[in-house]
Ligand binder design. Structure first.
Ligand code: ZN
Length: 418
C-alpha cells in the first residue's frame, strides 16, 4: 500500500484498523499506533498536503539524514548506546539544530504546526523542534505497556536485518527512511511493505512477536522460509530446525526501496558442492546490535563422512588472524574443534567489487554479480571451508557452532557432507 496524493490520511488509518481486525495482532496495533498517519487521523487534518513529492526536496533531506547518521554513529561509539532522542545529538554531535528539521518543512511554514499533527505518536515525542520520526526512541507503546518503540524495532531487526529504519521523514511521499546500516531508501508509509513477498511475510513483518528464546525465534523464522525440497539428499544437511535468521540479513535496499536479493536460494552448486540455502544460523559478536545467541548446538548429522563443507560468512570485520567462531564436530568419545579464522576462512559479507583482490584471500566461494547493489559499489560474498575428517569410519553425531565474541559476528548458511 502506498500513500499518494489521491489517498487521504483518514482512508489510510481505516486500512490499518482493518488489518488489525483481520489479523487480530497486538504487534500490528503497536505498529499502527507508532505510525504517524494514525496521529494525522486522530488529530488535525491539514488543509493542504503536508508533504513533498519533489525530488530536490528529497535530496536536500537525504543530505541531512546522512549527517544525522554520522552523528548517531559517533554518539554510539563514544557512549556505547544509541541516543534517547535525536535532540540529544545537539550541540556536541550536531552543531546546527536546524539539521533536525526537514528542509521542506522549514521552508514551507510552521514547524510547530507540522509537528502537532503527530502529537499522539511516540516516535515524534522529541522535546526539541525535531521533525523526524526517531524509531529507536524508548517511549512505551501505549497498547503494549512493557514494550518500547526501541524494543519493537530490535525485534524487527532480528528478523529483517539492518535495513530496519532508525529515522524516518514523513514530509515526503514516498516516505524517506534512514536504515540502521546507513542506507537511505523510499517506502510507503509502512516500510515493512518493502520486504513483503507473501501473506506469511505480511503477517510476520508487521507484527513481530517477542522472542522467548532460540526456539521461538526458529518458529518465527520457519513461518516465512520456504520448505525444504523433500527429495534433497540427506548429505546436504537440513538446518531447518536450527535456523534463527532469514536470508534477508544478506540483503540491502536500493534507493527506491527495492529489496536487492543477491544470494542464490534453494539447492545450489557452489564450488562443485551442492548446498541447501534457505536461511541462516546467525551468532552474535562483541557489542553486536542484534540479540543473536552465542552458540547453537545439536545440528543433527548422524552420518559418516570424509569431509564436511561449510558455506558461511561474517558481519563486520575483525583483526586478520583472529578466530571468530568454531565448529564443534561431535563423534563418539568427544569432539573436534574446527576454528574459523578471520582473513583465512571468512571476511565480512560486503566488499567493494572494484577491489578484485578482495576475492582472493581467503578465496570467495560465491559473490553477487558486480553492480547489483547499484551506486554503492558493494557486493555480497560467501565463503566455503572444508574440514577433513581424520576418523571417516566413525559417524559424526552432531555439530555445534560457537561465536568467539569478536567484533565480527559469524553466520552459517549451509553444511554438506562428502
Ligand atoms: Zn524530509
Amino acid at each position: 500500500m502506498q500513500l499518494d496524493s489521491q489517498e487521504d490520511t483518514q482512508t489510510h488509518f481505516m486500512k490499518i484498523l482493518t488489518r488489525i481486525s483481520n489479523f487480530g495482532s497486538l504487534g500490528l496495533i503497536a505498529a499502527g499506533l507508532c505510525h504517524p498517519a494514525s496521529g494525522v487521523a486522530a488529530g488535525t487534518t491539514p488543509d493542504k498536503p503536508n508533504y513533498s513529492t519533489n525530488s530536490a526536496d528529497r535530496e536536500a533531506c537525504q543530505s541531512q539524514l546522512n549527517k544525522i547518521y554520522g552523528a548517531i554513529q559517533e554518539f554510539q561509539r563514544r557512549n556505547q548506546r544509541l541516543p534517547m532522542w535525536l535532540s540529544d545529538l545537539t550541540p556536541e554531535y550536531i552543531n546546527d539544530r536546524d539539521l533536525l528539521v526537514c528542509p521542506y518543512v522549514r521552508e514551507s511554514g510552521n514547524i510547530k504546526k507540522w509537528r502537532e499533527q503527530f502529537n499522539k505518536v511516540p516516535v515524534f515525542g522529541d522535546s526539541g523542534s525535531c521533525t523526524y520520526a526517531y524509531e529507536f526512541c524508548t517511549e512505551v507503546i501505549p497498547t503494549l505497556p512493557d514494550v518500547t518503540c526501541r524494543d519493537y524495532k530490535e525485534r524487527q531487526m532480528g528478523l529483517m536485518g539492518f535495513s530496519v529504519p532508525i529515522v524516518r521523514c514523513f514530509a515526503h511521499r514516498p516516505v524517506l527512511n534512514l536504515a540502521f546500516d546507513g542506507n537511505i531508501y523510499e517506502s510507503p508509509s509502512e516500510w515493512e511493505d518493502n520486504f513483503v513477498k507473501s501473506p506469511a511475510d505480511e503477517m510476520l513483518f508487521h507484527a513481530v512477536p517477542k522472542q522467548q528464546g532460540d526456539e521461538s525465534q526458529n518458529q518465527d523464522v520457519l513461518k516465512v522460509i520456504q520448505p525444504r525440497n523433500a527429495e534433497t539428499d540427506a548429505r546436504i544437511l537440513d538446518l531447518s530446525n536450527r535456523y534463527n535468521a532469514l536470508l534477508l540479513h544478506l540483503s540491502q535496499m536500493d534507493g527506491a526501496g527495492g529489496l536487492l536479493v543477491t544470494y542464490p536460494e534453494g539447492v545450489q552448486r557452489i564450488g562443485g558442492i551442492e548446498f541447501d540455502i534457505r536461511g541462516l544460523i546467525h551468532l552474535t559478536g562483541k557489542d553486536f546490535p542484534i540479540a543473536f545467541p552465542e552458540r547453537v548446538d545439536d545440528i543433527v548429522v548422524n552420518q559418516r563422512c570424509s569431509h564436511i563443507h561449510f558455506l558461511h560468512g561474517a558481519m563486520c570485520s575483525a583483526p586478520e588472524g583472529s578466530t571468530i567462531a568454531s565448529y564443534l564436530v561431535h563423534q563418539r568419545g568427544g569432539y573436534t574443534k574446527v576454528p574459523i579464522v578471520y582473513g583465512k576462512d571468512v571476511k565480512t559479507r560486503w566488499f567493494d567489487f572494484r577491489q578484485q583482490t578482495e576475492l582472493d584471500n581467503p578465496k570467495v566461494a560465491w559473490a553477487s554479480p558486480p553492480n547489483c547493489i547499484g551506486t554503492t559499489g558493494k557486493s555480497l560474498r560467501l565463503y566455503h571451508t572444508t574440514w577433513s575428517n581424520p576418523s571417516p569410519d566413525v559417524a559424526v553425531q552432531s555439530i555445534g557452532f560457537v561465536s568467539h565474541l569478536t567484533d565480527s559476528a559469524p553466520f552459517l548458511v549451509a553444511i554438506t557432507l562428502e
